[in-house]
Write a protein that binds this ligand. Structure first.
Ligand code: ADP
Ligand code: MG
Length: 272
C-alpha cells in the first residue's frame, strides 16, 4: 500500500460521471481447476466507463476471474458477455458451442490485458512491441501504427523511449509500455491484474497516474489491485473476493470506511 496523493480534484469525483450501458456481464460463472472450485457462481455487471477495483487475499480467485473474462481460461458454468461478445462461445439453435482459437482471438482483441509482470516481448523495441499486434492482427498500415504508437508513448509519459528495448527500461516504464501496447488495439475494456505489485515502491505512482488518467478519459476498467489511493481516485466500485465469491461490493468510501463483511474488515486490517 502506498500513500501517494491521488486525490482527484473535487470536480472530477468518479461517482459524478455518467455510466453507459452494461459492457461486461459476468453471470453465474463457475470455474474449477480439477476438483478445486475457484469461482463459485460469480456475477458482476460493469457499465461502459465504469472502473471496478477488485481486492482480496492471494488465492481468492481474482486473477482467474480476469483470465476468464479474457478467455485465457475457459469457464465451467455461467456466461460472460464482454464488449458485445458472448465470450468463448457462439449460440446456435439455443445451444452454446465453444469457439475455436481463432474466433476466441478475435473476441480478445476488444479487451486489453495488463499483467503483473508486463509480459513485453524482450527481443524487440518498445515501438515494435506496441505496433506488432495492430500491424499483424488488425492489418494496420505500419506508418500509421507507428504514428499512433508515438502518441500513446507520449500519453504514458515515455516519448523518448520508442527505440529502447524492454531490458533497458525500469519496471515502471515497462509497465507503461505494456499499457500503451494494450491501448494500441483500441480495446473497449481494459483488465489490469495487479499492475503495480511487481514494482519498486517509487515506481508505483507513475503507473497509477497513467491508469487514473485513462479512467478520466472514460475507459472501462476492471483492476485487481490493493492500491487504495488508486481505488479512491478512480474506482466507481470496489469489490472483495473471498474464496471464489464476491463478498462485498461498495463505493470506495463505504468499502474502506464502513465495510459490512467480516472478510473485508479482516482484509483491510491487514493491508492498511
Ligand atoms: P488470486 O489472483 O486471487 O491470488 P488466483 O485466481 O490466481 O487467485 O487463484 C485462485 C485459486 O486457483 C488458487 O488456489 C490457485 O492456486 C488456483 N489456480 C489458479 N490458476 C491455476 C491453474 N492454472 N491450475 C490450478 N490451479 C490454479
Ligand atoms: Mg492474482
Amino acid at each position: 500500500m502506498t500513500t501517494q496523493d491521488l486525490t482527484p480534484p473535487t470536480d472530477a469525483r468518479p461517482g459524478d460521471k455518467t455510466l453507459g450501458e452494461p459492457i461486461v456481464v459476468i453471470d453465474g460463472v463457475q470455474k474449477y481447476f480439477g476438483a478445486h472450485h475457484v469461482l463459485k457462481d460469480v456475477s458482476l455487471t460493469v457499465r461502459r466507463g465504469e472502473v471496478v477495483v477488485i481486492c482480496g487475499r492471494s488465492g481468492s480467485g481474482k486473477s482467474t476471474l480476469l483470465r476468464c473474462v479474457d478467455q485465457l481460461e475457459t469457464i465451467d458454468g455461467g456466461t460472460i458477455h464482454a464488449a458485445g461478445h458472448l465470450m468463448g462461445f457462439r449460440e446456435k439453435n439455443g445451444k452454446r458451442i465453444p469457439l475455436g482459437d481463432a474466433q476466441v482471438a478475435r473476441q480478445q482483441r476488444d479487451l486489453g490485458m495488463v499483467f503483473q509482470n508486463f509480459n513485453l516481448f524482450p527481443h524487440i523495441s518498445v515501438i515494435d512491441n506496441i505496433t506488432l499486434a495492430p500491424v499483424r492482427i488488425l492489418k494496420r498500415n505500419k506508418a500509421e501504427a507507428r504514428a499512433e504508437a508515438r502518441t500513446l508513448l507520449k500519453r504514458v509519459g515515455l516519448p523518448d523511449k520508442e527505440n529502447a528495448y524492454p531490458r533497458q527500461l525500469s519496471g515502471g516504464q515497462q509497465q507503461r509500455v505494456a499499457i500503451a501496447r494494450a491501448l494500441a488495439m483500441q480495446p473497449k475494456v481494459m483488465l489490469f491484474d495487479e499492475p503495480t505489485s511487481a514494482l519498486d515502491p517509487e515506481m508505483i505512482s507513475e503507473v497509477l497516474d497513467v491508469m487514473v488518467d485513462l479512467s478520466r478519459q472514460g475507459m472501462t476498467m476492471i483492476v485487481v489491485t490493493h492500491e487504495m489511493g488508486f481505488a479512491r481516485a478512480a474506482a466507481d466500485r470496489v469489490l472483495l473476493m473471498h474464496e471464489g465469491h464476491i463478498v462485498e461490493e461498495a463505493a470506495p468510501e463505504t468499502f474502506f470506511n464502513h465495510p459490512e463483511s467480516e472478510h473485508t474488515k479482516l482484509f483491510l486490517s491487514k493491508i492498511l
